[in-house]
Design a protein. Structure first.
Length: 393
């Protein structure tokens, strides 16, 4: 028997987590177990669930391998899978809230999460109150009432990239006995350790960085010991599950997460700094930049930066923005992010944000920086800005 080795390095855990080659005839990767029916050797085993796997919807060695790898990565008590990031948000909220409950949610939350609260949760009798990401302790205390059950955080915000003072907000939530739910898709556990900051439930769209190859739809809900039983019960009773093929693809992507995130960060910082110096740009919202108003909070709490940021262009007509973006050769126009390819998305958050602290007076474009050569990406953007100027003039 090999001597035990204490492993602490993130890259090592990503490489070895959830792998048991000896159980699979020495193959490095666990196989894809496809199937619904799992046969039992005896009536007792069948009726009393005396075996590790009893039905395809309830898991397989493939999904178990991914769960174990993710649990080792984020330090949670357990991990549950959903067919998308939005489904993971729905699981976290619907499993922990009931009719009459009050939810506090950051006003920078992912827009589909807002629609979920304003639609499905509202019809179920759950009320949502939005708060500014810059909210302080006293202001948060004033928002809490006897029906408040949970607080939902996402930092930085999906589009305007605003930062929140997480330790302050979590401390107030703890005083009031609230569940703390965090969307950690932007940073991943590599750049922000949500559980060490007091989260009870952590959501990630594994569709993004975790899988990393733009070919998977999968959501992750990780939980503390406090929250896990509620989530497991709801997850089982509603039949939520993911395909073994998507679980296997996500496990494959997870192995290279550390090296991908380092390169994403390097490319993004290079381009964000370059864009910040362009005359066509009013501002770059990216907490890793020293000029960003959230930089101090990011520097204190995070160990790295993702490659998603927003550029506020100088005032210009819509056709100028279209000319800029539609002629790009290396940036696709798409809603997702987290894969190997660069993307751009124009947006206007003023139509749904209640009181955004950041009030752009020009068009906004969210850029996702992929794994291409950053000099090639810069040249592509430079040509796009020439088209922008031509249409603007």
């Amino acid at each position: 028997m090999k001597p035990a080795l204490t492993v602490r390095g993130t890259a090592t855990r990503l490489t070895h987590g959830g792998r048991t080659p000896a159980e699979h005839h020495g193959f490095v990767n666990p196989p894809v177990y496809r199937g619904s029916t799992v046969l039992a050797p005896t009536v007792d085993s069948l009726l009393n669930y005396r075996q590790p796997y009893v039905y395809g919807r309830l898991g397989s060695p493939t999904t178990a391998a991914l769960q174990e790898a993710l649990r080792e990565l984020d330090g949670s008590a357990g991990v549950l899978f959903c067919p998308s990031g939005l489904a993971a948000i729905a699981l976290a909220l619907q499993a922990t809230l009931t009719s009459g409950d009050h939810l506090l949610m950051t006003d920078v939350a992912y827009r589909p999460a807002r629609r979920l609260c304003e639609g499905v949760l509202n019809r179920q009798g759950i009320t949502t109150q939005w708060f500014s990401p810059s909210l302080g302790a006293d202001d948060l205390r004033r928002l809490i009432n006897p029906k408040t059950r949970a607080i939902y955080l996402e930092t930085p915000g999906s589009q305007t990239m605003e930062m929140s003072d997480i330790p302050v907000l979590v401390a107030v939530a703890r005083e009031a006995g609230l569940l703390v739910i965090m969307d950690n898709t932007w940073a991943t556990p590599l750049f922000f350790d949500a559980f060490s900051y007091g989260a009870d439930i952590v959501i990630q769209a594994a569709t993004k960085y975790i899988a990393g190859h733009a070919d998977v739809m999968l959501g992750i809900v990780s939980a503390s010991e406090r929250a896990l039983p509620l989530l497991r019960e709801y997850h089982r009773e509603t039949g939520l599950c993911v395909s073994p093929d998507d679980a296997w693809l996500t496990l494959r992507g997870l192995r290279t997460l550390a090296v991908r995130m380092r390169q994403h960060q390097e490319n993004a910082r290079h381009l964000a700094q370059w864009l910040a110096g362009r005359e066509e740009v009013q501002a770059v919202w990216y907490p890793a930049l020293e000029t960003d108003e959230g930089h101090a909070l990011w520097q204190r709490d995070f160990t790295g930066a993702a490659s998603l940021f927003t550029v506020v262009l100088q005032p210009a007509p819509a056709q100028a923005v279209a000319a800029f973006l539609e002629g790009l050769q290396l940036f696709g126009l798409g809603f997702s992010w987290g894969g190997f390819e660069s993307l751009a998305l124009p947006f206007d958050c003023s139509e749904y944000r209640l009181a955004p602290p950041r009030q752009p007076v020009g068009p906004c474009v969210r850029f996702y920086i992929g794994l291409e050569d950053p000099d090639d990406l810069r040249r592509d953007l430079e040509q796009g800005l020439r088209r922008f100027n031509a249409e603007r003039d």
